[in-house]
Design a binder for this molecule. Structure first.
Ligand SMILES: CCCCC/C=C/C(=O)SCCNC(=O)CCNC(=O)[C@H](O)C(C)(C)COP(=O)(O)OP(=O)(O)OC[C@H]1O[C@@H](n2cnc3c(N)ncnc32)[C@H](O)[C@@H]1OP(=O)(O)O
Length: 365
């Protein structure tokens, strides 16, 4: 039986709900089949060789030649169906699923001694946060907010704490095009930062190495930040044609000192000019609670955290509420505004060129 228009629309919705990223090759095929099913044979001018994202999409669509629209629609529905059934079967066989444990691809989450530790685990990418990883971090935080632990800790595996947003996230363009991508990213960013604003238990960052971008800005929403003396703190937004997020436009000037003092200029120097701070400098500015020598960092920090985790949990949670609740509404408003400004920045030539330069290995921080 031929796939109907309703089957096609239902398949489009199922793609949005896929639990696992199907990879670029499959996404290109989905894009090509979608275009062929809705518009017929490729009718766009061929993009230039350096416009490699649009070129890859054009190649995939053009390769379908004169495939009839109905066949493309059927192939799209079949492909989505194969993806949903394979993701369902892989969920069933995941170890731990029968014990009600959540499995993550890009995080290691453990709970011990009253502490839930959420560790970024993409060391070969310097723990850059992929789209899937944003979702996993939100899930892990929501689970930690309800588990038996008293304190939640965020840290990184390998030599980096985190290199910020994975710049390849912007190469994964949905059928609605770059505008749709920017819209989806702004919603995800707002939800991601909102999860930190609303997190009810003491939240501690153990910054084991350099931190970049969004992994730095959200530190203003943590209750303590311990850093190795190897750590650095870098928010290169202007270099990337971007603007601040994570509520840093509000928290950084507040943390670093009153308006017009030399301290608030430190915040603008970081957020506008992309000045990288050492751990000692970040501590002097109030962004970091305490710096430890790298050789004893893990031992000292975890000894301290274990002692804190034995404090009465309700008292700690209520103290956090009293300290933070007055600010919550303001923080959500700042988060919404920053996300909406970024939605436009992502479509700017400045941002697109900087991202292309990084991805084509022409630039690094
Ligand atoms: C949707 C919500 C968005 C929220 C907005 C968020 C904004 C931000 O977070 S802005 C900050 C974005 N981050 C960056 O611009 C950092 C880019 N990375 C670098 O400049 C460098 O990789 C480095 C300085 C972090 C590390 O340099 P180095 O020690 O020389 O290591 P490599 O460059 O060789 O890194 C190994 C491997 O990892 C890839 N990688 C590292 N960071 C990222 C990243 N952020 N996005 C994507 N890929 C990243 C790097 O390309 C290397 O890959 P291979 O060459 O394939 O091994």
């Amino acid at each position: 039986m031929r796939a109907s228009q309703e089957d096609f629309e239902s398949a489009m919705n199922q793609v949005k709900l896929l639990k696992k990223d199907p990879g670029n090759e499959v996404k290109l095929r989905l894009y090509a089949l979608y275009k062929q099913a809705t518009e017929g044979p490729c009718n766009m001018p061929k993009p230039g060789v350096f416009d490699f994202i649009n070129k890859a999409k054009w190649d995939a669509w053009n390769a379908l030649g004169s495939l009839p629209k109905e066949t493309a629609r059927q192939n799209y529905v079949d492909l989505v169906s194969s993806l949903t059934s394979s993701s369902e079967s892989s969920t069933q066989v995941k170890p731990g699923a029968d014990r009600g444990q959540q499995e993550y691809e890009n995080l290691v989450v453990t709970s011990e001694d009253g502490i839930t530790k959420i560790m970024f685990n993409r060391p070969t990418r310097k723990n850059a946060i992929s789209t899937q990883m944003y979702q996993e971090i939100m899930l892990a935080l929501k689970a930690a907010s309800k588990d038996d632990s008293t304190i939640t800790v965020v840290t990184g595996n390998g030599d980096y704490y985190c290199s910020g947003n994975d710049l390849a996230n912007f190469t994964d363009i949905p059928p609605g095009g770059v505008e749709e991508k920017a819209k989806q990213s702004a919603i995800m960013l707002r939800d991601f930062v909102g999860t930190f604003i609303d997190f009810p238990k003491p939240l501690v960052a153990v910054v084991n190495g350099p931190a970049v971008g969004i992994s730095v800005t959200i530190l203003g929403l943590f209750d303590a930040v311990y850093a190795s003396d190897r750590a650095t703190f870098h928010t290169p937004f202007s270099h990337l044609g971007l603007s601040p997020e994570g509520c840093a436009s509000y928290t950084f000037p507040k943390i670093m000192g009153p308006a017009k003092s030399c301290f608030s200029f430190q915040a603008t120097e970081m957020l506008i000019f992309g000045k990288k701070l050492t751990a000692g400098e970040a501590c002097a500015q109030g962004l970091v609670t305490e710096v430890f020598p790298d050789s004893t960092f893990q031992k000292e920090v975890w000894t301290r955290l274990k002692a804190y985790s034995k404090l009465p949990p309700n008292s700690m949670r209520i103290s956090k509420q009293v300290i933070r609740n007055m600010e919550k509404e303001k923080l959500h408003a700042v988060n919404a505004e920053e996300s909406s400004v970024l939605q436009e920045r992502w479509l700017s030539d400045e941002c697109i060129n900087a991202t292309m330069n990084f991805l084509s290995k022409k630039a690094k921080l």
